[in-house]
Ligand binder design. Structure first.
Ligand code: 5GP
Ligand code: MN
Length: 345
């Protein structure tokens, strides 16, 4: 099966970038998810495989607990914890690899550090319309995940034979999380061919699934149940649903990062639902509301995320943020749903 993504010219550019790089930084978006951290660590394992010894994986902030098992995760340097070390890494780098994001603002507080680096840049991403300037841009929104792209790049560069089980586990985790356990965005045969190739490296896919999806505390499960039972609003005639989560509720259920992961997908289980929106107060910054959107059944949430929520993402999985109270955010959601009422009906 042909997995190649790069033209002959792009392959030469990538080979050239890699062969000249000595000090390498890998970074991904704020609040890294399974794909951001999985693709970054997989790329790190590959670079080690081809003999690179100075690779720094720099993330803006924490990875959720359920991803800490990823091989190589102990190498990650967090900008919110060790800013000086991250600044030094970017300053000394001759190659910066940006994985799983399309706009510099997605690295949040690390943006200035990234933009001040004089290193050549490689972008590997599957979000719509990348707007960054790079020596090589590998942007494929039709791919399930950045991790899938990383697999294909390694394969195209001839690195599959020597790929380690650790690298394969990182790739599998990223592909699995960005497709909701291969339940959406995952109907192309190549995906299952790649899974086969990863299994041949000795990964245990059932164990990876359990580590990621069966990792809740009882409090987290109760918080999720509380939101669906008491907070979820459904506008039946517009096939839309939304909920709000306050800091107070999160405190009550001893919220830790990751507890709400994927909850926005749950209302999508309602028959015929086209749009699900999650509004959550930020646990640190006051008057900041984090927005997640999911769509299906022919409606696409990405334009809504851009127009109403200062965000973007994928056609059917987007996010954004609002600088207002949760009550004001709820009013914006209602306005957004009514704006698209013809398409939602
Ligand atoms: P989530 O709802 O899982 O946080 O995000 C869903 C998708 O939307 C992810 O692919 C993420 O990269 C994207 N996304 C989340 N927040 C933002 C944002 O503030 N701006 C943009 N452009 N994309 C976002
Ligand atoms: Mn992704």
């Amino acid at each position: 099966m042909d997995l190649n993504l790069l033209s002959t010219e792009e392959t030469a550019t990538l080979r050239n970038l890699l062969s000249h790089a000595t000090h390498i930084v890998i970074c991904a978006h704020k609040s890294p998810d399974g794909d951001a951290i999985g693709s970054s660590l997989a790329w790190m394992h590959y670079l080690q495989q081809i003999g690179k010894t100075d690779i720094k994986v720099c993330m803006p902030d924490a990875t959720p607990d359920f991803l800490h098992w990823l091989p190589g995760h102990n190498c990650v340097i967090r900008y919110d914890r060790r800013p000086k070390e991250v600044e030094k890494a970017f300053r000394e780098a001759d190659l910066v690899c940006c994985l799983d994001f399309n706009q510099n603002s997605r690295v949040d507080a690390m943006q200035e550090v990234l933009e001040h680096s004089n290193a050549l840049r490689l972008l590997v991403d599957h979000h719509l319309e990348p707007d960054t300037d790079n020596a090589l841009t590998v942007s494929h929104p039709e791919m399930s995940s950045t991790s899938e792209i990383v697999f294909r790049l390694i394969s195209q560069l001839g690195g599959y034979g020597e790929m380690t089980r650790q690298c394969a586990a990182c790739i599998y985790c990223g592909m699995m999380t960005d497709t909701g356990g291969f339940t959406y965005n995952s109907s192309r045969p190549e995906i299952f061919y790649i899974i086969g190739q990863l299994l041949a490296k000795g990964i245990d896919k059932d164990e990876i699934y359990n580590r990621v999806f069966h990792n809740y505390s009882s409090n987290a499960l109760r918080l999720r149940a509380h939101i669906i039972l008491n907070k979820m609003k459904v506008i039946e005639e517009l096939h839309a649903s939304y909920y709000t989560v306050t800091k107070e509720e999160m405190t009550k259920f001893h919220f830790i990062k990751g507890d709400m992961e994927g909850l926005v997908n749950v209302p999508q289980q309602i028959k015929g639902l086209k749009l699900s929106i999650s509004l959550r107060e930020d646990t640190e910054k006051p008057s900041l509301v984090l927005v997640s959107l999911r769509s299906s059944n022919g409606f696409h949430c990405q334009p809504m995320a851009a127009r109403f929520f200062n965000g973007g993402g994928h056609a059917d999985a987007s996010g954004g943020r609002l600088h207002c109270t949760i009550e004001e955010a709820e009013q914006i959601v209602i306005k957004a749903i009514l704006y698209y009422k013809e398409e939602l009906r």
